[in-house]
Design a binder for this molecule. Structure first.
Ligand code: OOB
Length: 543
């Protein structure tokens, strides 16, 4: 079995320890500490169930012993595909305690993705819920056994049928080994890349705990916070920005929502007096549209974190008026670097930027095509390294070659501008620019113009091949009012004093956007839809 590791050069590791970022903390140790300090405080709320810190700790210890009793050994990898349920926490803290390494799969993943994660990690076990959101994961498990040759055990939360029930997977905690090494890999997170299958991201106890401990400070999370997890718990954003791990670290309460829509989340915010949550932009739009007339008391909400994809200024402006809370933009990546706007930043920063890095030791470089630094304020590719940014993916030499510079900077693939104070404005993904006869069009910039139109609910712009221009632009628009016409949108755009080449060549009205497993708008799927439905039908499928 290939070892899972993540290493920084010794001089930098020393620096991160001396600066107090890496403190030798581990996941099992921090949960044990909270359970000792606040045994009766509520840690997890899942529907009508709630677990105290003592209860969560007890369950995790019992599972740790149960997993080892099954025949798993420290260092083994275990694919975890659980939704926003309490068992997610007892299972992963059980794995941490046993020195087993969770590999996080999202509930939306199906056999192709899960099998890929299992194979690439050489997983020995798979833990899933019996069913979630109308899908039967036992069925997936049956297929998985044939696809992943290292897999020995399937553990199911709920009705396990022929598999091992998570509830039965318990043992005597007194025989457990000691805590894992803080510099060892705690889990494998997955990359959010919009192309290809996810890559595996080894994160250590030291580096990851630093990222959410520092995020707690930046976002004001304390033991009095109530954190709603509306996005999938396994995704890096709701996990660590500051997310459920930050909240548990602070001794705060984590409230799980089975879905991220207002119907599921708003009653929970009202009932549990939720103070903070995080959303991707399409959901933030929906919450802002729904809140004023939904009739739920959202007054406890103090902070809304929005990230995962660009939150356009036209939308960001509306957060306070519609939801009555402060906005923090988050620009992060499972590979590491996370940027936040700060709670005391002026409105123009909060609305117009994606924040600045967590750490004074996050090194940020913005470079041109030749890899040379560009001047502040100029757009370029974002490279980064630092105390919680990985140096390598697990078992993927080709990706490592592509994604890291010789001196250890991660090539994020994002195009940004660095503004005064180190704030970053994300202009798009390297591949998302539309090159229209040499004129570069930023999809985000044009989207923001369209979003300002009162009858536009959401918009996504992608390129399409064009024999004459090379590429032309297509705007997919979800209208908030029936009867909106492409011609009126175009003439409205013309009145906004922008270069004519930025006006979308084609406007297509749709009811919804395809999203990734994490709920982001998938430009890849939109491009595919465009090819399928529009180009072929028009007979001009340029190659
Ligand atoms: C988060 O993580 P991933 O790994 O799913 O995706 C990372 C990528 C970034 O490289 C960037 O392309 C995009 O998602 N992104 C944003 C953004 N936040 C992420 N693009 C524009 N504006 C933003 N605010 O998505 C993630 C991880 C931790 C915290 C927040 C998000």
């Amino acid at each position: 079995m290939k070892p899972v590791e993540q290493r920084w050069p010794d001089d930098l590791a020393d620096r991160y320890r001396k600066a107090g970022y890496w403190r030798g903390e581990t996941f099992p140790a921090f949960l044990r500490a909270r359970a000792a300090e606040r045994p009766e405080a509520t840690a997890i709320v899942d529907g009508d169930r709630s677990w105290t810190f003592a209860e969560l700790h007890r369950r995790a210890e019992a599972h740790a012993a149960g997993f080892l009793a099954l025949g798993l050994s420290p260092g083994d990898r275990v694919v975890v595909q659980l939704g926003n349920v309490a068992e997610f926490f007892s299972a992963v803290f059980g794995l941490f305690r046993a020195g087993l390494i969770p590999v996080y799969s999202l509930p939306a993943h199906r056999l192709t993705e899960v099998a890929h994660l299992a194979r690439r990690s050489e997983a020995r076990a798979y833990i899933a819920g019996a069913d979630y959101d109308g899908f039967d994961y036992r069925m997936l498990a049956r297929g998985l056994k044939a696809e992943a040759s290292d897999l020995r055990h399937v553990i199911i939360a709920g009705d396990a049928e022929e598999f091992v029930a998570l509830d039965d997977c318990t043992g005597d905690a007194s025989s457990l080994p000691g805590d894992p090494d803080p510099s060892s890999v705690a889990f494998l997170q997955i990359s959010g890349g919009s192309t290809g299958l996810p890559k595996l991201i080894p994160r250590t106890h030291d580096d990851y705990i630093y990222s959410f401990r520092a995020s707690n400070e930046i976002c004001g999370v304390t033991e009095n916070s109530v954190f709603l997890i509306a996005l999938p718990a396994a995704h890096n954003f709701p996990m660590s920005s500051p997310g459920h791990m930050g909240a548990l670290y602070a001794g705060a309460r984590v409230v799980l929502s089975p879905a991220a829509n207002p119907e599921a989340a708003f009653p929970l915010i009202a009932r549990e007096r939720v103070t903070i949550t995080g959303l991707v932009p399409p959901l933030a739009l929906l919450w802002m549209q729904t809140a004023p007339t939904a009739g739920h008391d959202l007054s406890s909400l103090e902070v809304l974190l929005v990230g995962g994809a660009k939150f356009l200024p036209e939308a960001a402006k509306r957060v306070r008026a519609t939801l009555g809370c402060r906005l923090q933009q988050v620009f992060g990546m499972a590979e590491g670097l996370v940027n936040y706007t700060r709670l005391d930043d002026p409105d123009d920063i909060v609305v117009g930027t994606q924040g600045r890095p967590i750490s004074p030791n996050d090194e940020v470089r913005v470079v041109d095509d030749a890899g040379e630094p560009v001047a502040d304020g100029e757009s370029g590719y974002l490279l980064t390294r630092g105390p919680y940014t990985i140096r390598a993916y697990h078992d993927d030499p080709a990706a490592n070659q592509r994604s890291f510079t010789a001196d250890g900077f991660y090539r994020t693939g994002d195009v940004v501008r660095r503004l005064p104070g180190g704030y970053l404005e994300v202009l798009g993904r390297a591949g998302d620019h539309i090159n229209r006869a040499g004129e570069k069009i930023s999809a985000e910039e044009v989207e923001d113009h369209l979003l300002a139109h009162p009858c536009v609910f959401d918009v996504a712009i992608v390129s399409m091949p064009d024999a004459a221009l090379g590429e032309r632009s297509c705007a997919f628009v979800i209208a908030s009012e029936a009867g909106l016409k492409a011609s009126s949108l175009k003439s409205w755009m013309r009145r906004r004093d922008i270069a004519a080449f930025k006006i979308p060549d084609q406007i297509v009205f749709v009811d919804r956007f395809e999203t990734t497993a994490a709920g982001k708008v998938s430009r890849k799927e939109l491009r595919a839809r465009l090819r399928r439905d529009f180009l072929i039908q028009n007979g001009d499928m340029a190659q």
